[in-house]
Design a protein. Structure first.
Length: 240
């Protein structure tokens, strides 16, 4: 326990000490992430209007390339979560204060909404256009559990086994692959799920589907947390 606490203090010491700056980083990072996901989805629809597979590839590629950049940009300011499930797992594992998580989650949600609105406006659409894309099925519910559990496992096993430096690349690669190997195209993030409701485009999700996706993501976060505790019960010094 003593080693774990020393490790956690060391990890937190690398972050910006100003709470307002950490929260602002989570807001801006989440906004940029949503703008990438929604904007690339709109672009894909327009560039490849008759090929859904190509649209998904374009959307996945943009997301997989942008995620490592955004994480590297903000990782030493806020930890670069951009995802309520990641923030909850971070605090549950004792690696971040619950106060930060309580402040991060609203910033992440508002950031993703703002990013979706920005993407709509950049492509000449209405600022807000509620998505009509129903996505919730038993298969996609299960897929979101798998996608989110996998994301938590990737982030925190790497963090707790001294390989935090590769997290940005690993997260980008995992999410890019999960676009294709999960039936849900791997939202794996309650904040981005809420943001996607605001765009009736390729990346959108109907409000009626979003609650089921968020429930699956929270379950997946719990599964991922349990797996991290099993495979990496004690953190070691970071190699970052």
């Amino acid at each position: 326990m003593r080693v774990s606490r020393l490790h956690d203090r060391s990890a937190l010491a690398h972050l910006d000490q100003r709470v307002d700056r950490r929260v602002a980083a989570e807001f801006l990072g989440s906004a940029l992430l949503a703008a990438v996901v929604v904007g690339s989805g709109i672009a894909a629809e327009r560039l490849s209007p008759s090929d859904v597979g190509l649209q998904l590839l374009e959307n996945a590629l943009a997301t997989a390339l942008a995620l490592p950049v955004l994480i590297l940009l903000f990782i030493h300011i806020s930890g670069a979560h951009f995802n309520p499930v990641v923030s909850l797992a971070d605090s549950a594992l004792g690696m971040r204060s619950w106060r930060d998580t309580v402040l991060y989650i609203p910033a992440q949600i508002l950031g993703c909404i703002g990013g979706a609105v920005l993407a709509n406006l950049m492509f000449g659409a209405s600022a807000v256009s509620w998505s009509a894309k129903d996505r919730l099925t038993p298969g996609t519910f299960l897929a979101e559990i798998v996608a989110t559990a996998g994301l938590v496992l990737v982030v925190f096993v790497l963090a707790r086994t001294g390989r935090a430096s590769v997290i940005p690349a690993a997260v980008g690669a995992y999410i890019g692959a999960a676009y294709f190997f999960t039936a849900s195209t791997s939202f794996a993030n309650p904040a981005i799920t809420i943001g996607r409701m605001f765009s009736d485009s390729f990346a959108g999700i109907a409000p009626s589907s979003s609650l089921g996706f968020i429930a699956a993501q929270l379950i997946g976060g719990g599964v991922g947390y349990a797996l991290v505790r099993y495979f990496a019960p004690s953190p070691v010094a970071s190699g970052a």
